[in-house]
Design a protein around this ligand. Structure first.
Ligand SMILES: [Zn+2]
Length: 271
């Protein structure tokens, strides 16, 4: 043990991420993205008292190989699969925005939908796909919907959700502006934090199994997920980890501590 070197997989190189929001929202392009993404972190935070809400921009109506597939039937199936997966993780609820799969656009329609969701649930932190990822290293292309959903989430969080003059009819109808304090960007090429998910990695695998229409090789899925999580966990000395690029928009006095669960404070101040 004494001859372990930095870089040795058994030697932690950073501290596990410790901050936890009282309320968080996951914004995903497709059913199953949240479960391949931050599911184990979401499950852990919910177990520790956080409230989580999932927003799926599309219902995955293009997620099949047969061009004769009925997209409406596929969307209904995938929404059922996502609801089952969300129950495994423990979300307080989920919303489908019914935008077109494969044609998701970061336009004002999507942004207004997301601002409405954010102002309704009032999360302290939002998970989204890192919109700056076009390629995964040199080993793959990031789906256009993942890029669009990530950029739309960022634009909805800042400045639109906190700006009373963005979609002013929302505030007039009682959806007060809301300040999201942090972004947790997943599938990033530049992660800055890792959460210890050793206790909840099994829930992530359980949630992924609910997406039966999308899982071609369920027998090898668990193996892959555990191997990826072990890789991220090694950096923090944990059996399993999930990695994020964390953007702190509003720095607070509690940045380095884990707060007990609390209700969101009524906010609405202007920029
Ligand atoms: Zn996806």
């Amino acid at each position: 043990m004494s001859d372990a070197q930095p870089g040795d997989p058994a030697t932690p190189t950073e501290a596990p991420h410790a901050w936890r929001p009282a309320r968080f929202m996951v914004i995903a392009a497709h059913p199953d993205d949240a479960d391949f993404g931050p599911a184990a972190t979401a499950a852990r935070w919910i177990d520790e008292g956080s409230q989580g809400w999932l927003v799926c921009c599309t219902s995955g109506d293009a997620g099949a190989d047969d061009p004769n597939t009925d997209p409406l039937e596929l969307a209904a199936l995938r929404e059922r699969e996502q609801r089952d997966a969300a129950a495994v993780i423990g979300y307080a609820g989920l919303t489908f925005l019914h935008q077109p799969d494969g044609a998701l656009a970061n336009d004002l329609v999507l942004r207004e939908h997301l601002v409405r969701e954010i102002r309704t649930f009032r999360p302290d932190a939002v998970f989204a796909t890192d919109p700056e990822v076009l390629f995964h290293g040199d080993g793959g292309v990031n789906h256009t919907d993942h890029r669009a959903a990530g950029m739309a989430a960022v634009d909805a969080v800042y400045p639109a959700a906190r700006n009373a003059m963005a979609f002013p009819w929302l505030a007039r109808d009682g959806l007060e502006p809301h300040r999201v304090r942090r972004l947790y960007l997943f599938w990033s090429n530049a992660p800055t934090a890792r959460v210890d998910v050793s206790a909840t990695i099994g829930r992530k695998i359980g949630a992924l199994r609910a997406h039966a229409s999308q899982i071609r090789h369920p027998e090898t899925l668990e193996q892959h997920i555990r191997a990826w999580a072990a890789e991220e966990g090694a950096a923090i000395g944990a059996a399993a980890g999930e990695a994020y690029r964390v953007i702190v928009i509003d720095e607070d006095s509690d940045e380095t501590t884990v707060e007990p669960p609390k209700e969101p404070s009524p906010e609405g101040e202007l920029e």
